[in-house]
Ligand binder design. Structure first.
Ligand SMILES: [Zn+2]
Ligand SMILES: [Zn+2]
Length: 286
């Protein structure tokens, strides 16, 4: 019993990182077009997982406010691993941009800017929208796992903001949506949105735009490329011209939406060709 207690106390109730690593490896061999992006993401997963598992308990009290202690922790304990992974495996533009930031920027201030979005930017802009793409990448890769560790456990949380499309935990924009498994073969599970900042999921209406709340089905075009991505689709909105990618875990029960979304660049390109803008770009800026 003591041995069992030791194992249970050493293993968090939810550890999303092994599945993310495994799925990243799977998709890197399945989708050559995404190999570079997935190689960088794979390298980031180790420092991200370390951050997720090493949040000191006093920081938990800071909650989602994103205070100075969170920024200091992120810069001291998470950022070095993120920079190493990026320099070793990132594309040259990103690598050079990160090195330049490391040399010149006030990095704690940068982390704070991402953790506490400027009120001038407006509610639900997902944080970091006043930052450059490289600043957003670095802050998000560094602080995202910290926010994820501090988020409440997944539950039937209700979103905030117009159309309830904002994260109930941190106020971030949705990165993607997914239909969970229901346990019955012919019935898809509830639809969830997944936060672009803290990876929290919350239940959301099936036929509703996650950006503006439009619920008229004729205003919500869907695009699919079922040969290459049988479990993914573009959910667009003709009213606000936004879109996100939606994943159906019934069609691929091994999918890990946060990873699969990185590999679906062709769907992003198609959506852009239709004049749509993603509600929130992913970590890699797509
Ligand atoms: Zn969130
Ligand atoms: Zn809309």
């Amino acid at each position: 019993m003591q041995a069992l207690d030791a194992i249970l106390s050493a293993t968090p109730a939810t550890d999303p990182w092994p599945a993310r690593r495994q799925r990243t490896d799977e998709l890197a061999s399945r989708y050559p077009h995404a190999a570079d992006i997935l190689r960088l993401y794979r390298a980031l997963l180790d420092p991200m997982a370390d951050a997720f598992h090493s949040i000191p308990s006093p920081l938990v009290g800071e909650g989602q406010g994103g205070g100075s202690e969170l920024s200091a922790f992120a810069v001291r304990h998470v950022l070095p691993g993120i920079i190493d992974a990026t320099v070793e495996t990132g594309p040259p533009v990103l690598r050079d941009g990160v090195i330049a930031l490391f040399a010149a920027a006030d990095l704690e201030d940068l982390m704070r800017s991402w953790l506490i979005p400027s009120p001038l930017v407006g509610e639900g802009q997902g944080g970091g929208s006043s930052l450059t793409p490289v600043e957003t990448y670095l802050a998000r890769a560094t602080c995202g796992p910290v926010l994820e560790a501090l988020a409440p456990p997944p539950s039937r949380l209700v979103g905030k903001g117009r159309g309830a499309g904002l994260c109930p935990s941190c106020g971030g924009l949705p990165q993607l949506s997914y239909h969970a498994l229901s346990g019955e073969p012919l019935v898809s599970g509830p639809r969830y949105l997944l936060c672009s900042r803290c990876n929290q999921s919350w239940v959301f209406s099936r036929m509703t735009c996650a950006s503006c709340g439009e619920s008229n089905g004729t205003r919500l075009p869907i695009y699919q490329e079922s040969q290459q991505f049988p479990h993914a689709r573009v959910d667009g909105c003709a009213t606000c011209r936004r879109y996100l990618l939606t994943f159906d875990l019934r069609r691929d029960s091994r999918a890990v939406p946060i990873v699969d979304e990185l590999a679906c660049l062709p769907l992003d390109l198609y959506a852009r060709d239709q004049g749509l803008t993603k509600i929130a770009p992913n970590l890699m800026g797509n």
